[in-house]
Write a protein that binds this ligand. Sequence first.
Ligand SMILES: [Zn+2]
Length: 237
Amino acid sequence: MIYYKLSPTQLEAKAEEVLQDFDSERLQKPKPLDVYDFVDFYMHLPYDWMNITPDQSVLGFSAFNDGYWWEWKNGTDWKNGDLPVKTEIKNGTIIIDNSLINGNNRGRENFTVIHECFHQLLHQKSFSRARHGIHQCNTKDFYATLPSTNGWSTRAKIEWQANACTTAFLMPRNAVNNVFQETFHSNNKVILRNNTRPIIEKMAHDFNSSYAAMCYRLNKLDLLTISNNNLKSIYNF
Ligand SMILES: [Zn+2]
């Protein structure tokens, strides 16, 4: 698998370049976002939803060639004897698992959609020979906390690149700093506690992100301290 080494700074710059082009105002302040508008009008890619697996182990996938997927029509309601159905997928298509649109976590859905877009923007060469033309993104590829950079597989590094771009795209550094300053009237780091949770939930909503992704971003921008105990509850974007 072809893999390009990209630093966190380069990935953030890439995300901001895309945002500048798409809607530069978002670099400074959060605005409501329909991620499918981004897929449609900026990426010019087709998208759809399906029951990708019977156990929600895959949250989304992108096609890097014309290919196919074995779709589980009944999703988690599958019964003994149900078999997946071969479904043609056109090159460039982004597919999101139905569990995300039925799961009442818009932030997570948004994250998955933008993650797939960054695979399309960054990883054409990496996945040009993907099996059946498809690169699938497993639930575990969306872990916010990976133990250590040592021993990561190439695939894990590529997934991490898409996640890094997605956090910078949905929660741009300047916009997050601006909202943080307005909210806490200071640039001092806050601690994740019961009383800060509703404030961060509101920020997550304003940045069209999940609570976990917002905590992760604030932590990476050195604005939030997360205890090891709390870290466990926000491991997944
Ligand atoms: Zn992925």
